[in-house]
Design a protein around this ligand. Structure first.
Ligand code: ZN
Length: 160
């Protein structure tokens, strides 16, 4: 797990950059969402801003998903660039978010900011709730549903 001590880092500079490689087990994606098979390459750039920080992320990687229609496993590229604001958990009981502040993530500990958790959050946001292997994917016709083994398939194409 990558933890950054933002307090310490920004004592001496006002911009932090880093490149990371996250192994699938580092991210620990919930298995019902999808499966990471390859490491993720992540570049982050963090700058301080009033009351928090701005985190710019470049994520490169892909996730294996199951198509919600035909149930085929397919690989989806989840590479993206994202810029979000992080700030401390609000301590006041009334919290008012302006529309422009909706892309805000909160951190608990400025001295141990959980970068891995933020990346996990971003990956989960990239995963569609109803994944489709292709936009044209149609539910499998009933006549094909019975084809589950190679033998069935060969019978189907009249080889046997
Ligand atoms: Zn499909």
């Amino acid at each position: 797990m990558v933890k950054l001590n933002l307090k310490e880092i920004f004592k001496t500079k006002n911009r932090f950059t880093g490149s990371y490689r996250f192994k699938p087990e580092d991210i620990g994606l919930p298995p019902d969402l999808g499966e990471l098979k390859e490491p993720l390459e992540v570049y982050v750039e963090i700058t301080k801003e009033k009351g928090g920080y701005r985190v710019h992320m470049e994520i490169e990687g892909s996730v294996v998903l199951q198509c919600s229609r035909c149930l085929t496993l397919y690989q989806k590229d989840i590479s993206k660039e994202e810029s979000i604001r992080i700030e401390p958990y609000p301590t006041r009981d009334v919290m008012y978010l302006k529309p422009s502040e909706l892309d805000v993530s909160f951190y608990e500990d400025e001295e141990a900011f959980d970068l891995t958790g933020l990346i996990r959050e971003q990956i989960i946001l990239s995963i569609p709730t109803k994944p489709l292997c292709s936009p044209e994917c149609a539910p499998r016709p009933a006549s094909e549903v019975g084809v589950t083994t190679l033998g069935d398939l060969l019978k189907k194409v009249n080889v046997l």
